[in-house]
Design a protein around this ligand. Structure first.
Ligand code: F6R
Length: 637
């Protein structure tokens, strides 16, 4: 959701914060703000709207360097409590103006805390949940009884790492907070530290030479360092020029896990494309190839990236649940076809936000597969936690090393798609589908349902799909033209069958989120049970046609469905594999994709739909990287 960067070092903190925010803006873009400690003062600036508004504000000031100092922080917001106004933008300060706080997440007990603070004379300026933290810190630092605003606000820092007064105060405040939060705090009188904390919300540390960074994700500091440190659940980090100290909320020192980020700043830049989304669509052959690379060991076994379960644990599995949100959920729906076909295990796919509220039947022989690009989606994380509480095993499919969901899981398979900055998932969807297929094969292998040579043959065929993706992308100019011509359409329907059904859902989601158009995906067979009433003359209907070589009768059935909608005036846009001549008489527009195995088809049939949505949105003059109301990583429930 919100993007956070904190810095302590020798560079201009304002420059580091603004550069970090440029890379984090995809996480939220309702408002942004910065705070810098230097020359004996804490200075803040914040503005509603995109980061450009804040940059304009800073450039209009009379001073050359409006915020001197080498300790600071920045925030880009996705509004939860309080609208996207200047006053609600972060940072938020206390009554004395000495403490500044930025926050990602939701503090669920903020109303009670606010009432308590107001009851003892604190004045809160914004409608946010965040502001209470600044005032609670004020009280803690004063060492006073609640409500006594300090005259001498701070004590001199103690030498021991992790024992800094600001760190101690944040720990005590965190113990009072409920909900999800990443917090970063600064104090006017303590330029030597920036302090952060997290619960159910991401925070990662960048370790530089004589400098340290706290951020929502590594992209914020990747231009400065590729050495990172994970911060665990309910932990506080005190960052200084000479290093960092991590403690739990009770003050016990804990060891974080250090890791090296295996991509660099150029991977998170546009590389000549006008939009990240266009770049990421074109990166799909590489993203897919990287995800699939090296997955078969010398003895023909599929390898996961992290495995804290034994082969016997996987053999004991008698039921699979897949939990995910949005696009990742669609990848899960595709996985169901493969998992059930290859393993003969029952597999249910569930929106993560619903999972724990309906009391699913779970035990130690249930495998829960959690799919998440960011590894931080709170709905998915909570589903994972619920599953583990019920003793189920959890396998994560994730694109973000060091994120929370893999850490909370028993086994992990990483999609190696590199950073995805465009808010709409594209390359990571393909990575997720490929990873799901690998997990299906892995389960079939450990359970002995497929022979080793069968698994190897599937993997080898899968490893040839990046080339098909490349060929498909090279053919999509007619799809772009068609999308531009439909910029004025009111609605679009997407139909599919078998694995084409989740692809239809994904096509509709892309169009909704990018072009703000009414779009629906349906199983083509379900149409006659109601949705066919939506068909009116000229309505564009995209149909994802399964291979004529696939499941018996399926192809013939969908050809009938195309005829049904066409007979009622729909304009049919048919996506069919090379050589499928049966669809030709019924397609107003025919988009060809290369033939592949039925279960692998989404890896190619999704591409025209991504391009369709992107091009149509651009033709409507919209920003495809930052669609309205959305954020890349959803860390609130
Ligand atoms: C849509 C999109 C979202 C995400 C969803 C889950 O294009 O990107 O629907 O797929 O918010 O996010 P992750 O995969 O980070 O858990």
């Amino acid at each position: 959701m919100c993007g956070i960067i904190g810095y302590v070092g020798d560079q201009s903190a304002l420059d580091v914060a603004l550069n970090g925010l440029r890379r984090l803006e995809y996480r939220g873009y309702d408002s942004s703000g910065v705070a810098v400690v230097g020359a004996g003062a804490l200075r803040t600036a914040r503005r509603a709207g995109k980061l450009a508004n804040l940059e304009k504000l800073l450039s209009e000031g009379p001073e050359m360097n409006p915020m001197p100092g080498t300790t600071g922080m920045g925030h880009t917001r996705w509004a939860t409590h309080g609208g996207p106004t200047d006053v609600n933008a972060h940072p938020h300060t206390d009554c004395t103006g000495a403490i500044a706080v930025i926050h990602n997440g939701i503090i669920e007990n903020f109303a009670a805390l606010r009432a308590e603070l107001e009851g003892v004379g604190h004045e809160l300026a914004s409608e946010t949940d965040t502001e209470v933290v600044a005032h609670l810190l004020e009280i803690e630092l004063a060492g006073a009884e609640a409500g006594v605003v300090p005259e001498q606000p701070v004590a001199p820092p103690r030498a021991a790492a992790g024992a800094h007064p600001l760190t101690g105060a944040l720990r005590r405040v965190c113990r009072r907070l409920e909900g999800a939060f990443t917090l970063v705090v600064l104090h006017r009188d303590y330029p030597e530290v920036v302090v952060g904390a997290r619960r159910n919300s991401p925070l990662v540390v960048g370790l530089g030479q004589g400098e340290a960074f706290l951020a929502s994700d590594v992209s914020a500091f990747i231009a400065h360092t590729r050495e990172a440190l994970e911060i665990g659940q309910d932990q506080v980090v005190e960052a200084r020029r000479d290093g960092v100290t991590v403690t739990d909320f009770d003050g016990e020192i804990v060891e974080g896990r250090r890791y090296h980020v295996d991509w660099d700043a150029s991977a998170a830049e546009k590389g000549g494309y006008p939009y990240f989304m266009l770049k990421e669509i074109n990166e799909q052959p590489t993203a897919l190839a990287d995800t699939l690379r090296g997955r078969l060991s010398a003895d023909g076994a599929i390898v996961l990236d992290e495995e804290r379960l034994s082969a016997q644990d996987f053999r004991d599995v008698d039921k699979v649940f897949i939990v995910a949100c949005g696009t990742a959920y669609h990848a899960g729906l595709i996985a169901k076809y493969a998992v059930e076909h290859w393993t003969r295990l029952p597999c249910e796919v569930e929106m993560a936000s619903e999972f724990r509220y309906r009391d699913p039947v779970l035990d130690r022989s249930t495998l829960v597969i959690a799919i998440s690009q960011s590894g931080e989606t709170l709905d998915t994380l909570m589903a994972v936690k619920h599953a583990r509480e019920q003793k189920a095993r959890v396998l994560a499919i994730c694109n973000t090393n060091g994120s929370t969901i893999p850490r909370e899981s028993d086994a992990v398979l990483y999609t190696r798609c590199g950073p995805e900055v465009g808010v709409a998932s594209t390359k990571t969807f393909l990575g997720q589908v490929a990873a799901c297929l690998l997990v299906g094969l892995y389960l079939a292998q450990v359970r002995g349902v497929l022979y080793g040579d069968e698994v190897a043959a599937y993997v080898e065929r899968l490893q040839r799909t990046p080339e098909l993706v490349e060929r498909t992308l090279a053919r999509l100019e007619p799809m772009r033209e068609l999308a531009r011509s439909l910029a004025g359409a009111k609605a679009v329907l997407f139909l599919g069958r078998h694995v084409g059904y989740p692809v239809a859902l994904e096509g509709a989601l892309k169009l909704k989120e990018l072009a703000y158009m009414h779009a629906e995906g349906f199983p083509a067979g379900e149409l006659k049970h109601g949705p066919i009433a939506l068909i009116e003359p000229g309505l564009p209907v995209l149909v994802i046609v399964p291979s004529p070589r696939g499941r018996a009768n399926l192809h013939g059935k969908i050809v009938s469905n195309i005829q049904e909608v066409r007979a009622r005036g729909a304009r049919t846009i048919v996506i069919a594999e090379d050589g499928d001549v049966a669809v030709e008489p019924y397609a107003d527009h025919l988009i060809r994709v290369p033939a592949t195995a039925s279960l692998f088809a989404p890896l190619v049939t999704t591409l025209p739909l991504q391009v369709f949505a992107c091009e149509l949105a651009l033709a409507r003059g919209l920003d495809v990287d930052q669609p309205r109301n959305l954020a890349k990583s959803v860390t609130v429930e």
